[in-house]
Design a protein. Structure first.
Length: 301
């Protein structure tokens, strides 16, 4: 059983390494989008493998909403320093201060959607022609439509009906001036694959992914962490529960799940038996039936 799993993960690793090397060969100024979450951590780990013994030949870029979990930021800085990567950070707060976006108001306000403008501005500033992201096809139906090399027009927008074929692992990175590509090396991975790879490679992860006691507020069926960015509404109670996070994003919309899985081994067992999708606890995905696709068309990750 172990050999079969290792063989499966080795094939996925080889595929991702091939994509990284294609990016380095076809693009002049790529960046790797890094959030400190498990998928971007695994991507960075794979990028290091793809180019060792040399350094990763492009910087990491984090779009910081200002509403992140403090544990994520602390892990991000520590992980990047340990791997010797170059980290660039661009802030949604700067986009708000410059009048580029308007802060949402109300009890369900979030900066998650505002990231799109900050990201597109950052890509333009850096003259990036490719942005590597950790999205996987199993996460959400809109993400299932992406190619490995996903073309974006000069406005940063995505047309899911006008994508290039990818036969025999041949990736077409041709673009006009001002256009760029989003590249997804983990496209064919599943949530379970990611966790098994983390286990086998002993990759460090934020402890938010493991069960711990935390104050939460239940809102619209989602357990939101009690942070300075969340204000309980009338009738809502702050409760202490044992939870973990399956995804890590903006604290205003990233829901926790009740869990006793306090180790990677236990997370793997829990993930294999899960019936709720990984992003089922993301309140930003519940804004409309096509929330993710609408954001991706506008330039979201």
């Amino acid at each position: 059983m172990t050999l079969r799993i290792k063989g499966h993960l080795k094939a996925l690793e080889n595929e991702a390494v091939h994509v990284f090397r294609e990016v380095a060969a076809q693009f002049d100024r790529p960046v790797l989008l890094f959030s400190g979450g498990k998928d971007s951590v695994v991507m960075t780990w794979l990028a290091r493998k793809a180019f060792r013994p040399g350094p990763i030949p492009f910087p990491l870029l984090h779009i910081d909403t200002g509403h992140n979990f403090i544990e994520t930021i602390e892990f991000r800085d520590r992980f990047v320093e340990e791997l010797g990567c170059m980290l660039l950070v661009r802030y949604v707060q700067d986009s708000i201060d410059q009048g580029r976006v308007q802060e949402e108001t109300g009890p369900d306000a979030s900066r998650n959607v505002l990231q799109t403008v900050t990201l597109l501005d950052a890509l333009k500033e850096l003259r990036a022609d490719a942005a590597l992201g950790g999205a996987r096809r199993d996460e959400e139906k809109a993400r299932a439509k992406e190619r490995f090399f996903s073309h974006r027009d000069r406005f940063g927008q995505w047309d899911p009906k006008n994508q290039r074929p990818e036969l025999w692992r041949l990736y077409n990175g041709r673009k006009a001036p001002g256009e760029h590509f989003r590249v997804f090396p983990l496209s064919n991975w599943t949530e379970l694959d990611v966790w098994q790879y983390i286990q086998l490679e002993e990759i460090p992860i934020p402890h938010l992914y493991l069960a711990h006691e935390r104050e939460v507020v239940q809102r619209n069926g989602v357990l939101l962490a009690n942070t300075e960015f969340i204000e309980p509404m009338e009738g809502e109670r702050i409760e202490l529960r044992t939870v973990r996070f399956r995804t890590i994003g903006d604290a205003t919309c990233t829901g926790a799940v009740e869990s006793e899985a306090a180790s990677v081994d236990e997370v793997i067992l829990e993930t294999g038996a899960a019936r709720l999708t990984e992003r089922g606890g993301r309140s930003d995905d519940k804004r409309s039936e096509a929330a993710m696709e609408e954001r991706k068309r506008e330039g979201y990750f």
